[in-house]
Ligand binder design. Structure first.
Ligand SMILES: C[S@@+](CC[C@H](N)C(=O)[O-])C[C@H]1O[C@@H](n2cnc3c(N)ncnc32)[C@H](O)[C@@H]1O
Length: 215
């Protein structure tokens, strides 16, 4: 997948435009700055820079060297640390996590591992904002269903499509209190123009105590 992202992230036209996702403002409406926010899968840094401009300290990680090179040159800010780091590695502690259009790139076992890593990285009570493509999205159900809700999505990479209740349930299972989950239209500036993409937004908090899923 890394070669794939290097190609996407080094194209002259930026894949998702220059402006941050509305997910940045959504997190900011729940978390007073300053606070430290982890942005896994930061790409070329548009959301990291959006957070820094609102007064947060940001640790933004990605495995794509092309994405990070662009982030460090065009989306830099003294409050942002860009790190070449796999999202499955240990990280933190941080006050909040913003993972925009990231979790849906992985299969069920990996999504569950990521939620565990993020729970461990968060301070108690810390917020997590997750966004994902929705089952209402125009390209839901294309190609082969690799596992429940995850489609091969020919021409791109496999995507797991979410509903608000499924994403909230996945968070609850991993020791988060799901505060809110909803369908949203994500405004995206793609090389082909402006589109609104059906998405799911979820906001949750780390529970102070979590003893694992019941057996
Ligand atoms: C759909 S892009 C989202 C980019 C960014 N969140 C945004 O909205 O602008 C997914 C990003 O995840 C990164 N990525 C994929 N697998 C990763 C991994 N295991 N650890 C860290 N980053 C990864 C890719 O390099 C890519 O930048």
């Amino acid at each position: 997948m890394e070669g794939f992202w290097d190609i996407v992230l080094s194209k002259e036209v930026r894949a998702w435009g220059d402006t941050p996702s509305p997910a940045v403002a959504w997190l900011a409406s729940h978390l007073p700055a300053p606070a430290t926010v982890l942005v896994p899968g930061c790409g070329y840094g548009r959301n990291a820079l959006g957070l820094a401009r609102l007064g947060y300290r940001v640790v933004a990680t990605d495995t794509s060297q092309a994405g990070l090179a662009r982030a460090r040159s065009a989306f830099a800010d003294p409050a942002i640390e860009y790190l070449e780091q796999d999202a499955f590695g240990a990280c933190g502690p941080v006050d909040a996590i913003l993972a925009h259009y990231f979790l849906h790139l992985f299969l069920a076992a990996e999504r569950s591992r990521l939620l565990t890593v993020w729970r461990e990285a968060l301070r108690p009570g810390g917020f997590i904002v997750l966004t994902a493509l929705s089952t209402r999205c125009a390209f839901f159900g294309q190609g082969r269903e690799l596992e429940s809700g995850t489609w091969s999505n020919p021409g791109w990479i496999p995507i797991h499509f979410e509903t608000p209740s499924a994403l909230a349930a996945a968070l609850e299972e991993q020791g988060f209190e799901a505060v809110h989950a909803e369908e949203r239209l994500e405004p995206e500036t793609k090389p082909t123009g402006q589109v609104d993409t059906a998405s799911v937004y979820a906001l949750a908090r780390k529970r102070p105590m979590f003893e694992g899923a019941p057996r």
